[in-house]
Write a protein that binds this ligand. Structure first.
Ligand code: AMP
Ligand code: DBH
Length: 556
């Protein structure tokens, strides 16, 4: 049934890069793109798994039918508030059960979620809301001691399009904030949209390399293909109990196979408020969790807690698979997973831009512990090339380029950046250095992009450098990764100051915090230097900077 209101495309085709028609046809022909849309996805699962539990969060237990009804009720309330088809809405939500209700309510309206990370702060939210021209921001009242309401009110003041702030929890007495709880209304089917499966459904975020993080437009057709295929590869079924240990709006716990894969299969999603061993191992035991996804430092913390006693008595016998991804998982740690936690390891190498690789359950142990898996699809094209895009000999390391049925062809409103981020024939330049293992799986051996991967949290060097450059006493700044046994990498900022009064390290850090940056982007170390080492063409040599150990005038 066509809704009463006008149909409109979700976003202007000039602002993104849709798939070439012949490829879209080929992916449909191959049965990858089935025409399923997000609103229909939940409707269909609600019919099939009606009385089964979809979400289990403490005393909150929602069946599939309940989640479906809640999505309609909230869609109705959001529509009355003024959120309409095609509108962008920034979600800044930690792992509260409402996140699932909100996501599907927006899909039902044909509104597009923009997935901020819970760690994001004013700076990131301003950028996301501004770029997306979002009409609403949905956040919680607080995150621990941090007041999200005050931040949201500030963001609204500065983003002209942003009319609404919706608070999960207590909206307090800040003017103009709406409580999510007050929005739920008797479902009104006339507000529901029927998006085209080829339309953009939402925006994920890139980790960022140059400038600010880019918005990643994902369509119903291609994303749901990756979800269904991931659920298949990971063997999800109605008996699956998935612990959302990472923030579930991140691409990994959302779709690899993540909560969407679990909903696809009719299983239970258990959102964890934080990834600590105390919280998560307790939830695994209590909810009889069968699978979960973590980043390497979290896996190491869990293993240490079980081995060194604080969580040694937990019954983790329900856990079948620990997925680890987002950053390099050292083989030494990978080999401990099965002996310590008693479950299988699956390595996952993915990206919000698309391509996801999994080690398979029938891969030999050595392959599971030393490779990052192989692509979801036979139609994922993988090239491993040198600096001028020529294929390297089989097994040699090179730049990973990829194209396929769920890898974007361009970012949102970033056509200039796209020219360097994609090849002329549409391959995405991942910025990762990989080699092919004899098993056919990929091994991530390095990175060409100017990014720091801090335990799976990606930091675009240029973004933080630009914040440093805004300090009046800073003449130049360069951010590099330094190895860390636990996080994999930490950030080290090298700063050249101007003549005049010299800032201290803590002043520089306080300045960055004052700019409203996510805490994980605040440099772990700051060194003051007189000059940066230069490359042959006179650019800052980050390689030499990384090798710098002695610094003049260091204040760390
Ligand atoms: P993002 O672009 O923020 O979605 O982050 C994706 C990036 O994370 C990839 O391009 C890799 O650099 C990194 N990454 C993800 N999974 C792994 C993994 N299993 N091993 C090494 N690096 C990974
Ligand atoms: O790091 C990532 O972005 C990532 C890791 C594993 C990802 O997006 C994914 C799986 O889908």
């Amino acid at each position: 049934m066509t809704p009463a209101h006008d149909r409109r495309r979700t976003i202007d085709p000039a602002d993104w890069t849709p798939w070439p028609q012949e490829l879209a046809d080929a992916y449909r022909e191959a049965g990858y793109w089935t025409g399923e849309t997000f609103p229909a996805f939940l409707r269909e699962r609600a019919a099939r798994f009606a009385d089964r539990t979809a979400v289990a969060a403490g005393r909150t237990r929602w069946t599939y039918a309940e989640l479906d009804r809640r999505a309609d009720a909230l869609a109705t309330g959001l529509a009355r508030l003024g959120v309409a088809e095609g509108d962008r809405v920034v979600l800044h939500l930690p792992n509260v059960p409402e996140v699932f209700e909100v996501v599907f309510a927006l899909f039902r309206l044909g509104a597009l979620p923009v997935y901020a990370l819970p760690a994001h702060r004013r700076s990131e939210l301003l950028h996301l809301a501004g770029t997306a021209e979002a009409v609403a921001l949905i956040t919680t009242d607080t995150q621990g001691s941090f007041d999200c309401r005050a931040m949201a009110a500030q963001v609204r003041e500065q983003v002209p399009a942003l009319e609404h702030v919706v608070i999960v929890g207590d909206p307090g007495d800040t003017d103009g904030l709406t409580a999510l709880a007050d929005l739920r209304a008797e479902p009104d089917p006339t507000v529901l949209a029927e998006p085209d499966p080829g339309d953009v459904a939402f925006f994920q975020l890139s980790g960022g390399t140059t400038g600010l993080p880019k918005l990643i437009p994902r369509t119903h057709d291609e994303y749901l293909y990756s979800v269904r295929a991931s659920a298949d590869i990971c063997g999800l079924d109605p008996d699956t109990v998935y612990l959302g240990a990472l923030p579930v709006t991140h691409n990994f716990p959302m779709s690899s196979p993540g909560f969407l894969g679990v909903f696809h299969a009719g299983g239970v999603v258990v959102p964890a408020p934080d990834p600590s061993p105390a919280t998560c191992l307790d939830l695994i035991e209590r909810e009889r969790v069968t699978v979960t996804a973590v980043v390497p430092p979290v896996a190491m913390l869990w293993m240490d807690a079980v081995e060194r006693g604080s969580q040694a008595d937990r019954d983790l016998s329900s856990l079948r698979v620990l997925q680890v991804g987002g950053a390099t998982f050292p083989a030494q740690a990978a080999r401990r997973v099965t002996p310590v936690l008693g479950c299988a390891l699956q390595q996952v190498f993915g990206m919000a831009e698309g391509l996801v690789n999994y080690t398979r359950y029938d891969d030999p142990d050595e392959v599971v512990t030393t490779t990052q898996g192989r692509p979801i699809s036979a139609h994922d094209e993988i090239l491993v090339v040198d600096d001028v895009d020529r294929p390297v000999p089989e097994g040699d390391p090179g730049h990973l380029l990829t194209r396929g049925p769920y890898t974007i062809r361009g970012y949102y409103k970033a056509h200039d950046h796209d020219k360097s981020a994609f090849t002329a024939d549409g391959f995405y330049r991942t910025g990762d250095i990989v080699r092919r293992h004899p098993s056919g799986n990929l091994v991530v051996s390095g990175r060409a992009k100017d990014q720091i991967n801090r335990g799976g949290e990606k930091i675009g060097a240029e973004e933080v450098e630009n914040h440093l450059l805004a300090h009046p006493a800073v003449h130049d700044a360069s951010i590099v990764a330094v190895p860390d046994p636990y996080l994999g990498e930490r950030t080290h900022a090298y700063v050249i100051t101007r003549d005049g009064p010299q800032p201290t390290r803590s002043e520089v850090l306080a300045f960055l915090r004052g700019r409203g940056l996510a805490a994980y982007k605040i440099p772990d170390r700051v060194s003051f230097v007189d000059a940066f080492p230069a490359t042959a063409v006179g650019k800052t040599s980050k390689r030499d900077l990384r090798a710098t150990r002695t610094t003049s005038g260091t204040d760390e």
